[in-house]
Design a protein around this ligand. Structure first.
Ligand code: SF4
Ligand code: SF4
Length: 168
């Protein structure tokens, strides 16, 4: 016990006598770069179906679905990289073909904070969708719904006519 305390005091005194200067500016250059790092997430909202599979499979609950005011996709994933373990399961499970709507392909990311919780917000992969795109999708959905309705009405009318003929 006394020996351990003595050793610690010695180490602290040594650190004061011979301070070690940082040799690397980690804000400017990565502290380390893993050869297997695939990059941060890229979300293609244009092809996402909002199926929620990426969110459901995420083992650490790093994905939150952002709701959209359209039917398909009615939500898209956003990723909290401060929680993510970069396992890639979200990409593997994404059903869109030939391209994945969520992909770990976004290049490097420096996970450096100023030590405050607020800085963790910087690590979200946010999906910003232009309002024009939303309006275009809304219009397409309205047109499709109108076509479906017209088709159903025509079918009903046809069926009613057939029944009328049969009764005569
Ligand atoms: S890479 Fe893994 S941990 Fe990160 S968001 Fe995707 S499923 Fe979740
Ligand atoms: S990114 Fe892929 S898995 Fe996730 S909601 Fe969109 S289509 Fe589904």
């Amino acid at each position: 016990m006394i020996f351990e305390i003595g050793e610690k005091i010695f180490r602290v005194m040594k650190a004061f006598r011979e301070p070690r200067i940082a040799t690397k500016d980690i804000v400017k250059e990565p502290a380390h770069k893993s050869p297997i790092f695939r990059g941060r997430h890229v979300v293609k909202y244009e092809i996402c179906t909002g199926c929620d599979a990426c969110n459901k499979i995420c083992p650490v609950d790093a994905i939150k679905m952002k709701p959209l005011p359209i039917k398909r996709p009615n939500k898209v994933p956003e990723v909290n990289l401060a929680i993510c373990i970069f396992c890639g399961l979200c990409e593997d499970v994404c059903p869109t073909k030939p391209e994945k709507a969520i992909k770990l392909a976004g290049g490097d990311i420096e996970m450096i904070t100023d030590g405050t919780n607020n800085a963790l917000d910087n690590f979200w992969v946010r999906v910003e969708i232009p309002q024009e795109w939303i309006e275009k999708k809304k219009k397409e959905e309205e047109e499709k719904a109108a076509k479906r309705k017209a088709k159903q009405e025509a079918l009903l009318k046809g069926a009613a006519n057939t029944m009328g003929k049969d009764e005569k």
